[in-house]
Write a protein that binds this ligand. Structure first.
Ligand code: NI
Length: 177
């Protein structure tokens, strides 16, 4: 379909609570998802939420394939997740560096739950119910935060742990999420 402009931090549309999707398997929903996939692929992102392309619906996509450029990255299955509900399975959290396509060129250290159950639907209305940990759990929490108008800098505990990717990690190629 189309590669869309990704809204950047400062745009009020990134701060809204999204609306639930009530009707599945519609041409409009499939078109939205194709735009999201095209945009995520073009930006080499690991995830994208509908509000990032200006659509105020509770829809996220994410996924990380095996990529020779990022040999250490954990593989996350390509997923469409609509109307998600996240349930942490323990109090345990861990810090990890995150980026975001809406905050290009930056990285921040963000605490996330390490073990998580997530439920929701795919684009056909089929139920999704997974228990995940580690990087997969981090990606889901980051993307679903977008649906509540939360951007990762809002979760950074110490703003000293926020900066430009190429300054923080001069040796590494890093990707925005
Ligand atoms: Ni993001």
């Amino acid at each position: 379909m189309a590669i869309k402009e990704v809204l950047r931090m400062g745009d009020a549309r990134l701060l809204q609570q999204t609306e639930e999707v009530h009707v599945f398997d519609t041409p409009e929903l499939h078109a939205l998802l194709q735009d999201m996939r095209d945009t995520m692929k073009a930006k080499d992102g690991v995830g994208l939420a509908a509000p990032q392309i200006g659509v105020n619906l509770a829809v996220v996509i994410f996924g990380v394939e095996q990529n020779p450029r990022y040999p250490d990255a954990e593989v996350v299955p390509q997923t469409v997740l609509i109307n998600p509900v996240l349930t942490p399975l323990s109090e345990a959290m861990e810090d990890g560096w995150e980026g975001c396509l809406s905050i290009p060129g930056m990285r921040g250290l963000v605490p996330r739950y390490t073990h998580l159950r997530y439920q929701g639907c795919d684009e056909f209305g089929a139920l999704i119910d997974r228990t995940v940990s580690g990087f997969h759990a981090r990606v889901v929490q980051h993307e679903c935060d977008h649906l509540d108008g939360i951007l990762y800098p809002m979760r950074i505990l110490d703003m000293k742990d926020f900066g430009f990717s190429d300054v923080l990690f001069p040796e590494r190629t890093v990707r925005d999420e």
